[in-house]
Structure formats: structure tokens, C-alpha cells
Design a protein around this ligand. Structure first.
Ligand code: SF4
Ligand code: SF4
Length: 231
């Protein structure tokens, strides 16, 4: 066993997600991410199972581990009850811990995901908080969202949601004591430390490129190599 494999083994997601893989490819066949990206969860699981540190290091530096949508469809069909999605989560964490994530475009984009999604989770209790989802930054959402952004309260009211309201309902305001609990979970599980690592790596990269943090973020938002896609 190698050093990286040992580190992976200490992650409960590997213990729970990887029994003996028979390389059947069912996970890849059912995987929605494999439909769009050059992505093969069967191959990823096979590399981890090989315990070959050199290959695992390549994986940790690659684009491929960032393509998974963590939908866990693979878990439902694996004949050996593996969870490719969990194996990939453990690889992502190790890639960040080792600093390898900065070697891939999708890995570097973690800076934005960590900043935006976790800001929303910790401050509002939702991954996507509609008042922070701006058409200017996400033109891919389409013109309808540009209109919705200007009419947000009316749209959510019409949908029967309770946006930022007290009490029950979709998109209700999450009480501060619950948000405090979430922060504690982040602290205890090491997520806070990992997020800081991603942030510091992004700040350093921006400095290396001679960009302000705002310019670097814009670059991450807008630049995407066409090589990721399957077609
Ligand atoms: S479905 Fe399960 S056994 Fe088959 S390749 Fe994927 S992880 Fe391995
Ligand atoms: S969890 Fe990841 S690997 Fe599994 S089916 Fe979903 S996108 Fe594919």
C-alpha cells in the first residue's frame, strides 16, 4: 500500500464506498455526468482499488474527479454495493488537503464553489440562495432568470414559498441557532479548515497571475476549456 492510498483508506467514505469492484462498468452506464463529461467512475474506482500511488496522484491532479455531480445514482445499481460517488468525494478531499486540486481547471474552480455555496449554507442554510444568484455572473441561467431576479419576491410568493419569512415553508428564514449548529459541524469535521485551504490557494494563485481577487474570480467564472466535454 502507498502513502496516498493509506490516506484514502482513513476516510470513512472509502471504507463505506469501496468493497471489491469487479469493473463491470454499471456505474459509468448509469452516471449522468458521464453523459456529458469525459468521465468514467468505473476507471476511477479501479485506480483506487489498484492501490498504485503514482496513478492515484495523477487522479488527484486530474480534471476527472471534479466532474461527478454527487447524485449517487451509481450506488443504486452497483452489484457489489460500492459507491463510486463516495470514493470520488474522498479523492476530492485528499486532492485539496495535498494541494493537488490547483493543478486542474475544475479543481481551481473549487475556489468559487467553496466561497459561494458555503457562504450561502453558513449564512442562509441553503446551497443556492436566490438573492445571491445574479444573472450578471450566471448568464447561463437565461433571460428568464434576469426577469425573475427583478421580480423575486412576487415569483416566490406565487410559487407558495416563504422566502426569508419566519415559520414554515420553502426558502424560509433558517434560525440563527441552526446556522450556528451548521458552523459547528463544519468546524468539527475539518470542513472549515479545508475551505480556508482552498481560499488561500486561490488568493496565492491570483497574486501569481498579477490579478486582483475580483479579476481572478471573474476568470474562474468565465474560462472553461472545451476539452471537458464528451462531444
Ligand atoms: S458498478 Fe460497482 S462493481 Fe461495477 S465498475 Fe462500478 S463500482 Fe465497480
Ligand atoms: S455520484 Fe457521481 S459517479 Fe455516481 S452516478 Fe452520480 S455523478 Fe456519477
Amino acid at each position: 500500500m502507498g502513502k496516498l492510498y493509506d490516506k484514502l483508506l482513513s476516510d470513512y467514505r472509502i471504507k463505506e464506498g469501496l468493497n471489491a469492484c469487479i469493473n463491470c462498468g454499471t456505474c459509468t452506464a448509469i452516471c449522468p455526468a458521464a453523459e456529458f463529461y469525459k468521465y468514467d467512475p468505473r476507471q476511477i474506482v479501479d485506480i483506487v482499488q489498484s492501490q498504485d500511488d503514482a496513478e492515484i496522484e495523477k487522479l488527484l491532479k486530474s480534471e476527472t474527479i471534479w466532474y461527478c455531480g454527487e447524485c449517487m445514482s451509481c450506488v443504486t445499481r452497483c452489484p457489489r454495493k460500492n459507491a463510486a460517488g463516495l470514493v470520488i468525494m474522498a479523492l476530492r478531499s485528499l486532492s485539496i488537503d495535498m494541494g493537488f486540486f490547483m493543478e486542474s481547471e475544475k479543481g481551481r474552480q473549487m475556489y468559487l464553489l467553496c466561497k459561494d455555496l458555503n457562504h450561502n449554507v453558513l449564512n442562509y442554510g441553503y446551497c443556492v440562495y436566490p438573492r445571491n444568484f445574479k444573472y450578471d455572473i450566471h448568464p447561463e441561467a437565461g433571460k428568464v432568470w434576469e426577469w425573475e431576479e427583478k421580480n423575486l419576491d412576487a415569483v416566490f410568493e406565487r410559487l407558495g414559498a416563504n422566502l426569508d419569512g419566519n415559520g414554515r415553508g420553502a426558502m424560509r428564514k433558517i434560525p440563527q441557532e441552526d446556522l450556528d449548529q451548521l458552523k459547528k459541524i463544519y468546524d468539527i469535521t475539518g470542513a472549515t479548515q479545508r475551505l480556508e485551504k482552498v481560499k488561500q490557494a486561490g488568493v496565492k494563485k491570483a497574486e501569481e497571475l498579477g490579478l486582483t481577487l475580483e479579476e481572478y474570480e471573474q476568470k474562474l467564472y468565465t474560462e472553461s476549456s472545451p476539452t471537458h466535454l464528451n462531444h
